[in-house]
Design a protein around this ligand. Structure first.
Ligand code: HEC
Ligand code: HEC
Ligand code: HEC
Length: 395
């Protein structure tokens, strides 16, 4: 019986005595097959057409946004902040100014104005006063005491300055925990009763009077000085290297590379450099470099200790690209080394050796010339020894 049934199903293919039969597919298989197809259609329609906001990615984004809002509310509540009823115009301008603040000010003053290395703008303490005019003045002309707070009148339009000053005006007294208080303390009532800002509705949306190239370079450098030192001498605390005394062609190339993401860095504070570099136009870089070269010979702070006698033979190979006197070799693109602090030389050799700098020749063509050289140095001690020898070359 069984045999006869199979006979009907024989498909006529036979290999090594094994025949192919045309059996029906099992019911459970067909059912699953249809279920997956129906499921697929429903899934596609639901997640991609009817309700695109319920995809995993969209849900994640929504939750992140909610968490950020909650954090903001929590921080504001923790400060028991001062509540002031501002005129609608102040609120409208503050809303616009918030964007400018997010682009240019957060690196130093924090995402909520709570301050990072620079003053907390949300407390009851002020270095330069809490009136709108004082705030707008310090943003326009910069701080007379600290060049890190530069004059923004050349980078922002008069209109943008009014808006960002209005935003800062609304932050006062919110007391968001951040940078400890600095300057004179004022009572909450005093702050709340500050005169309402008078805006200039005719304020131009064009930047204020153009500066001479020298003034422009000087004011650009003020934004670098916070980390690289007033005279470009570098600062071990910020990990920012000396810039003064470096070869002009190399400096210009490296500033461009940093600006366009082609000089990789793993130092956390180097991220704070990006908004400053974003303000810098490519055509102004040469002027800035010229200014850096006029800075007085810096007193470099060295912090490492190595053995120069052990460093000397190690330096032999470096001399090809960096010069026998560490003076740099423009043809082979090697920068001057004698103007650099030893801690920076060691940190960069480590970064090259560990593949953090110069690993991708397409992105960092010059760094890729250097990376294999750092790999020849056995360990950190060898790096300190060669740095010690380079220090001697500069004397
Ligand atoms: C490179 C870092 C840096 C950036 C960027 C920066 N500031 Fe400042 N800001 C400072 C420092 C430092 C001070 C303190 C100045 C002093 O000591 O006199 C300051 C002070 C101020 C003050 C006065 C605070 C007080 O206590 O009186 C205001 C207002 C201010 N900044 C607003 C802004 C705004 C608005 C922006 C963006 C357009 C901005 N800052 C960008 C570093 C910075
Ligand atoms: C918030 C701090 C900070 C500010 C502001 C800053 N820098 Fe830097 N900069 C750094 C740090 C940190 C490094 C070191 C990066 C590393 O070790 O990879 C660095 C590295 C550099 C280098 C690389 C040197 C080299 O030989 O590769 C150049 C060039 C430079 N900065 C230029 C500037 C200029 C120009 C400005 C102003 C427009 C500026 N920086 C503002 C922190 C800063
Ligand atoms: C084949 C040529 C070459 C040799 C050999 C060479 N370097 Fe370099 N080095 C470079 C180039 C090119 C750069 C610039 C990389 C860049 O633009 O990011 C550089 C960058 C550096 C830097 C970072 C400078 C800065 O400002 O960030 C240090 C430090 C350094 N080299 C030390 C050495 C030492 C020490 C040796 C010997 C062990 C050596 N180099 C051998 C080509 C070379």
């Amino acid at each position: 019986m069984e045999e006869e049934k199979d006979d009907k199903k024989v498909m006529g293919h036979e290999y090594d005595g094994i025949q192919e039969l045309d059996n029906d597919l099992p019911g459970w298989w067909i059912t699953l097959f249809w279920i997956t197809i129906i499921f697929g259609v429903i899934y596609l329609a639901y997640f991609h057409i009817i309700s695109p906001e319920s995809t995993q990615d969209a849900e994640f984004q929504a939750e992140m946004k909610k968490a950020a809002l909650e954090q903001e509310a929590r921080i504001a509540a923790a400060g028991g902040g001062l509540k002031i009823d501002f005129p609608q115009e102040v609120l409208d301008r503050a809303e616009k100014g918030k964007q400018t603040f997010a682009t240019f000010c957060v690196a130093c003053h924090g995402n909520l104005g709570q301050g990072t290395q620079c003053p907390n703008l949300t407390d009851n303490h002020f270095l330069h006063g809490f009136d709108y005019d004082k705030i707008a003045g310090i943003i326009t002309n910069g701080s007379p005491k600290n060049p890190a707070m530069m004059a923004w009148k050349t980078s922002l339009t008069a209109e943008q300055i009014q808006n960002v000053a209005a935003y800062v005006f609304t932050l006062r007294g919110k007391n968001i925990p951040g940078k400890p208080a600095e300057g004179t303390e004022y009572k909450s009532e005093e702050i709340a009763n500050a005169a309402a800002p008078k805006f200039d509705a005719t304020a131009s949306s064009a930047p204020a009077k153009p500066m001479t190239p020298e003034e422009k370079a000087k004011s650009s450098y003020a934004t670098c000085a916070a980390c690289h030192g007033a005279n470009g001498e570098g600062n071990p605390a910020t990990k920012a290297p000396a810039l003064a005394g470096q070869d002009a062609i190399y400096l210009a190339r490296q500033i461009k590379n940093l600006k366009h993401g082609k000089r990789v860095s793993t130092e956390p504070l180097a991220a704070g450099m990006l908004p400053m570099l974003a303000l810098l136009k490519d055509e102004d870089i040469d002027g800035l470099v010229k200014h850096i070269q006029t800075l007085p010979a810096p007193k470099i702070v060295h912090t490492e200790k190595g053995d120069a006698t052990k460093g000397q033979p190690l330096y032999a190979i470096c001399a090809t690209c960096h010069g026998f006197k560490g003076e740099g070799n423009p043809v082979l693109k090697g920068p001057k080394l004698t103007s650099l602090p030893d801690w920076y030389i060691v940190s960069q050799l480590k970064a090259f050796k560990e593949g953090k700098r110069g690993a991708d020749a397409a992105k960092e063509p010059e760094g890729a010339l250097m990376a294999p050289m750092a790999k020849m140095l056995m360990d950190e001690q060898a790096m300190k020894d060669v740095a010690e020898y380079i220090k001697g070359l500069g004397k």
